[in-house]
Design a protein around this ligand. Structure first.
Ligand code: ADP
Ligand code: MG
Length: 386
């Protein structure tokens, strides 16, 4: 939808014009997967597609939530806004953000009419949830004049996801949505939240996102992985009492003490995290040096590790990555996001893109019975007022 169409939809829904419009993007992670909640590095970029939010003060004590993507209108009184609705209700993401403002001492005296619309495919691993949380946080920050910086808005979004969607996510998705910059990826240390915007100038190469459209959505597995990594840290503390997180360990340090992890699953998870943090640091170094071929090889190695040690790929993502690797002109390909279903991200030479779509699409259909979808990613800016 265009902004004009959204404005019309707002008037149709609420009978009056909006006060303001905000936007926040989805993201694609180039490398550094399942490292954020382990204090490691990630390297995501914001996409040009995301979630729009139109808002107006309505002079009542109620907040009305509507989404062009969902049929129902959800009406919540301000004194109930800190109480999550049934698990899975989409308005929980927005209510979770209101709640974080309230926890920080902000008092909402008046309700709002809100309409949202997003063009990030929902549940596809491109973080429509973070786009929704961050656009809400950005809008309330502007409406209430609270002056939180973008990092704080990302933290607000992450907490909303923990407390209202029950996903114990790291900070990557919300951070990318809040801090993204056109044609840049964000090299983020998830422990200190220090970050660097690295230009992604890919001469003759595009970032291609392939959607599995898999019926298997990421569910409890995410929180399982968080717990498995915590177990690895606890067991490592028997030999390294002040260890904070897995990402603190170099590969050599990990190899020296990994025998302390007695749980075989936790050992595999930890091995992925330690290796992935190193791969991410290396990948950024190679990108800066203009060595995109090595960057691509590290992406492939990331996928291998996510398949074998972290066990979050599954046949849909594996098929897309493996078929991509066979094509001449593919620099690298890996799953992106939480895993199981969702998307892969690939770097593909311009001249190979048509062949890529055709061959990968055909093989994927034969092997899984599903149609994949392909998007050329444009790297866009983070949250903004329109
Ligand atoms: P992902 O973040 O990978 O897209 P999630 O399962 O974390 O997948 O988040 C998807 C959920 O976010 C949807 O099921 C819905 O509840 C909510 N959501 C995101 N965008 C919108 C939107 N535009 N309208 C309504 N709900 C949305
Ligand atoms: Mg999400």
């Amino acid at each position: 939808m265009t902004v004009q169409e959204l404005q019309k939809a707002f008037v149709d829904a609420y009978g009056k014009k909006e006060d303001a419009i905000y936007f926040s993007p989805g993201r694609v992670n180039l490398i550094g997967e399942h490292t954020d909640y382990n204090g490691g590095y990630v390297f995501p970029c914001a996409l040009s597609f995301g979630t729009y939010l139109l808002i107006r003060k309505n002079g009542t004590k109620e907040v009305n939530f509507r989404s062009v993507n969902e049929p129902e209108v959800i009406k919540v009184s301000l004194d109930k806004i800190t109480e999550p609705l049934a698990k899975g209700t989409w308005a929980n993401y927005l209510m979770g953000v209101f709640t974080q403002f309230i926890k920080r001492g902000v008092e909402f005296k008046e309700g709002y009419d809100i309409l949202i619309w997003g063009n990030v495919p929902l549940g596809a691993g491109l973080s429509s949830s973070a786009a929704l949380e961050v656009v809400t946080a950005f809008a309330l920050n502007d409406q209430m004049g609270t002056g939180y910086d973008r990092t704080e808005l990302a933290k607000i979004g992450q907490k909303a996801e923990h407390e209202f969607a029950y996903v114990m996510c790291g900070i990557m998705d919300q951070f990318a949505s809040a801090q993204g910059k056109k044609d840049h990826a964000i090299f983020l240390n998830c422990d200190t939240l220090e970050f660097e915007l690295v230009p992604v100038k890919l001469n003759g190469i595009k970032v291609v996102i392939s959607n599995t459209h898999s019926p298997h959505k990421l569910g409890d597995e995410y929180n399982d992985r968080v717990r498995e990594c915590q177990l690895a840290v606890e067991q490592l503390r028997t030999v390294r009492p002040n260890l904070n997180n897995l990402a603190e360990l170099t590969q050599a340090e990990f190899d020296e003490i990994k025998g302390a992890i007695t749980d075989p699953i936790a050992l595999k998870r930890a091995r992925h995290v330690v290796g992935e943090v190193q791969r991410t640091v290396d990948a950024v170094k190679y990108l800066k040096a203009g060595d995109i071929e090595t960057f691509g090889k590290l992406m492939n190695a990331s996928h291998d590790s996510l398949r074998d040690d972290y066990e979050v790929t599954g046949k849909f993502l594996d098929t897309l990555a493996e078929e991509a690797w066979k094509i001449d002109g593919v620099i690298g390909s890996r799953m992106t996001g939480g895993g199981f279903g969702g998307c892969t991200v690939s770097l593909v030479k311009n001249e190979a893109i048509d062949t890529f779509k055709e061959k990968v699409g055909k093989a994927y259909k034969e092997k899984t019975g599903l149609e994949a979808d392909f998007y050329i990613a444009e790297i866009g800016d983070g949250a903004k007022k329109i």
